[in-house]
Design a protein around this ligand. Structure first.
Ligand code: HEM
Length: 210
């Protein structure tokens, strides 16, 4: 019950954000270039949701609270949904809905290739984030889902290339992403699990989840 309510709350909040942005766009409240505003904010939303997804396992280990894991898949799928909207905004507002413009735009926006790589990494993750795939792929599922680490690195690189001189926000995301990735290295993961277990006052076996 608690789990279903929490999932519903997250669903409603994460759905409400782009709907609110659409409302602001319809009210002409997004500044002189609403298309670019939406594109940037959807990209940031995708990255934030990706980082939140990655933080569920460490939070679960640290607190022992299983509800974090119940949110992991939902947040990951939302990250993919925001990324899809981000790509749709790119096609609509930058390419003017004309995909043949992509080749013309690429020399001006080479970072799009890095974004596209990150996006193509998200596709198999989203497609296999169901119980059936988990069961069918067995150990390979975990290996496949380690792809999320590469996606985070590519997404950060993509953002860095876009923002270039305005590094404050990027540095925050990169700092959080870097810590989350470091926690997955075997040495730090083991140390982190020991600290978490001692905080909760009981020894615990560590699973190396993505
Ligand atoms: C085919 C895939 C993608 C394309 C074509 C694409 C395209 C773009 C474009 C055109 C911009 C704006 C550049 C500008 O400000 O002039 C942008 C920014 C951004 N994108 Fe992507 N992107 C893609 C995938 C992704 C993915 C998968 C993520 C994250 C998971 C992402 C996160 C971001 C972020 C954080 C920004 C910076 C927003 C800001 O300026 O604050 N993008 N992208």
């Amino acid at each position: 019950m608690k789990r279903a309510l929490l999932r519903l709350a997250v669903f409603l909040v994460v759905l409400a954000v782009p709907l609110y942005w659409l409302y602001l766009a319809s009210a002409m409240a997004l500044g002189p270039d609403p298309g670019k505003w939406l594109l940037d904010h959807l990209g940031q939303g995708a990255l934030v949701l990706l980082l939140l997804t990655l933080s569920m396992t460490p939070l679960n280990r640290l607190t022992g609270w299983p509800l974090w894991m119940a949110l992991r898949r939902q947040l990951g799928l939302w990250a993919f949904a925001y990324a899809c909207l981000h790509v749709a905004a790119f096609i609509l507002f930058i390419l003017g809905g004309d995909l043949s413009q992509l080749l013309k735009e690429l020399p001006n926006r080479p970072y799009v290739l890095v974004g596209a790589l990150a996006f193509s990494g998200l596709i198999p993750l989203a497609l296999t984030s169901n119980r059936w795939s988990m069961r069918t792929l067995g150990k390979r599922w975990k290996r496949l889902h380690r792809l999320v680490y590469l996606v985070v690195v590519l997404a950060l690189l993509h953002m860095l290339w876009v923002v270039r001189s305005d590094l404050q926000q990027w540095a925050l995301y990169a700092g959080i992403g870097g810590c989350l990735l470091l926690m997955r290295t075997p040495l730090i993961s083991r140390w982190f699990a020991q600290v978490a277990a001692s905080r909760r006052g009981r020894p615990r076996k560590v699973a190396n989840n993505p």
